[in-house]
Design a protein around this ligand. Structure first.
Ligand SMILES: CC(C)(COP(=O)(O)OP(=O)(O)OC[C@H]1O[C@@H](n2cnc3c(N)ncnc32)[C@H](O)[C@@H]1OP(=O)(O)O)[C@@H](O)C(=O)NCCC(=O)NCCS
Length: 327
């Protein structure tokens, strides 16, 4: 079995890549939605502004047994961690392939000047002992929550909307933020920073637009609802409906700016989002979200709306210096 870099993957290699993801999913369907053959190819090949990607695989002739994708956000250097995802076919595990791919990715991290790397994994899966055996430490626990829209009585949404906090008004947009709200929205995005210190890069109007463009390029739809106080964005919530949505949409960021907290703005914008999606995207049946395990406020808001905990995941981090060297 050889570890190869897939700097310019062929169509056959992309099909094999999907095959690996499908085999991993078949063994553990609870880990998430079934991989779509079009999406990995688009995600792997699509130039994502603001991040680069490097790929490796463990290959036995034309067959790929395991794959590794390294995402390198921002500029080369120590500013931000790289993000690693390794997937090994169930029948090929415990033969050191995961470790060999990690060593190859470590070479990629070093070549890019990165000093740390993160990985997101599900609690209770082999990924936990795998990462811990390679010096990774858990830095964040995330609860995966799911809201089934059929379980949300319309009167709950109507009541939450009727309880609008005084002095605020709602605005909403699809895709990129309208120019008149761009700077104010970026400031509100910055309020997310206390939940995501590892992100490291401040939000500005440029990064806000760039993020929306990334979503659009994938063919997905980004919906945003914001609460305004004068011209300022006091809080907002974002949901992404994937291209060819088969029922499940993804909650992106929700935040309330510190000086506007404690007025139920978070739940208000989320209720407005549910009403908007029900009217314009009736195909959306579920919304999934991740909350930091210690983010009691957001968990309370989500539980009041009707979200239920589905799974727990963890974010692991390691110093690149402690990773195995590539052969
Ligand atoms: C996690 C995963 C990548 C590990 O791949 P792998 O090829 O089996 O890993 P390796 O053979 O290199 O294992 C290296 C060490 O990790 C630890 N390890 C790996 N799987 C383990 C398990 N199921 N139980 C206990 N320890 C385990 C062991 O210390 C192992 O060394 P050993 O076999 O000599 O005891 C694989 O299980 C997988 O694809 N899981 C699903 C996808 C996923 O969660 N990816 C993680 C994202 S980074």
């Amino acid at each position: 079995m050889d570890v190869i870099a897939l700097d310019d993957p062929t169509d056959a290699q992309l099909r094999q890549w999907h095959d690996v993801l499908a085999a991993v999913h078949a063994a553990d369907p609870a880990a998430g939605p079934e991989p779509d053959p079009e999406r990995p190819a688009r995600r792997l090949l699509g130039a994502e502004p603001g991040a680069r990607r490097r790929l490796w695989a463990a290959a036995d002739g034309a067959r790929l047994a395991a794959v590794a994708a390294l995402r390198l956000p921002g500029e080369p250097g120590a500013g931000r961690p790289g993000e690693i995802d390794i997937q090994v076919r169930p029948g090929d595990r415990r033969r050191g392939l995961g470790g060999r791919l990690l060593a190859a990715a470590a070479g990629g991290l070093r070549a890019d000047g990165r000093t740390s790397v993160i990985a997101q994994v599900l609690a209770g899966t082999p990924a936990v002992p795998f990462l811990e055996s390679h010096g990774f430490e858990c830095v964040l626990t995330l609860r995966g929550l799911l809201l089934r829209l059929d379980d949300v009585p319309p009167e709950r949404v109507a009541r939450l909307l009727a309880e609008a906090p005084a002095g605020y008004r709602l605005v909403r947009w699809r895709g990129v933020v309208p120019a008149e709200h761009a700077a104010a929205f970026a400031r509100a995005k910055y309020a997310m920073a206390d939940f995501a210190e590892y992100e490291g890069t401040p939000w500005d109007a440029h990064r806000v637009r760039e993020m929306a463009e990334v979503v659009a390029k994938r063919g997905d739809d980004l919906y945003t609802v914001a609460a305004l106080s004068g011209g300022a964005v006091a809080g907002f919530t974002e949901v992404v409906v994937p291209d060819g949505c088969t029922g499940r949409a993804a909650q992106y960021d929700t935040a309330v700016v510190p000086e506007h907290r404690g007025r139920r703005i978070g739940i208000w914008v989320k209720a407005a989002m549910l009403e908007w999606l029900a009217a314009t995207r009736p195909g959306v049946r579920e919304i999934e979200t991740d909350n930091a395990g210690d983010n009691a406020h957001m968990l309370a808001v989500n539980e009041e709306l009707g979200f239920r905990v589905e799974r727990e995941s963890m974010e692991y981090q390691a110093a690149v210096a402690s990773l195995p060297a590539s052969p």
